[in-house]
Design a protein around this ligand. Structure first.
Ligand code: GRF
Length: 197
């Protein structure tokens, strides 16, 4: 049974999906950390009886903030870290320390549309499809090897909000499936590649 730590900054819809899926999965979420004190996801953790922690990032160097998170995750005996709507860029040293056990969900079909304002850029480019990707986190932003992806159509009348909603629907299915693969040891990061057994 793998112990999972989830890092959030917002509403925690992805956290909610991971919580719902854990009962019949080989992982248990043992700690939720938010860098934002009033993040809605903290309530989801409390409602599920999961310990949570607020570690503000304000007024701290990236390394100091990451060192606090690292210490809390290790103290909780965490095996796998999931970024779920976590809106901070992690230091290279944190990414390296957790490499192979640190994953993220990004609302595009990586490697396309890394970074922010994804839906606006997808619509602007006239793409016919978009989607979500779960990937291993490496020091370069949104650049780690992909573990799982799911695509959705982009409709001609889509707004960034309507597209975000459609993408989120697949995120909430994709993330639990990808975390299960990792927790079961059926995927691993090897020489910069996601390797499946
Ligand atoms: C979602 O749109 C997701 O694409 C990205 O963060 C956003 C907020 O997610 N990962 P959540 O509701 O905080 O899980």
């Amino acid at each position: 049974m793998k112990k999972v730590g989830v890092l959030i900054s917002g509403r925690g819809r992805n956290l909610g999906a991971l919580i719902s899926a854990q009962m019949d999965a080989p992982y248990r979420i043992a700690l939720v950390i938010s860098n934002i004190a009033d993040a809605g996801g903290l309530e989801r953790a409390t409602d599920a009886g999961i310990p949570s922690l607020v570690i503000p990032h304000k007024g701290k160097s990236r390394d100091a903030f990451d060192a606090e998170m690292d210490a809390a995750l290790r103290a909780a005996g965490i095996d796998i870290v999931c970024l779920a709507g976590f809106m901070r860029i992690l230091s290279d040293s944190f990414a390296r320390a957790w490499e192979g056990r640190l994953i993220n969900i990004h609302p595009s079909l990586l490697p396309a549309y890394k970074g922010i304002k994804v839906h606006e850029r997808v619509i602007e480019a006239g793409e016919a499809q978009s989607g979500a990707s779960v990937h291993f986190v490496v020091p370069e932003l949104d650049a780690g090897p992909v573990i799982a992806q799911a695509s959705v159509p982009v409709r001609p009348d889509d707004s960034p909000e309507s597209l975000a909603t459609r993408v989120l629907d697949v995120e909430l299915k994709l993330y639990p499936a990808a975390l299960r693969l990792l927790a079961e040891g059926r995927v691993r990061l090897e020489k910069g590649l996601a390797v499946f057994d």
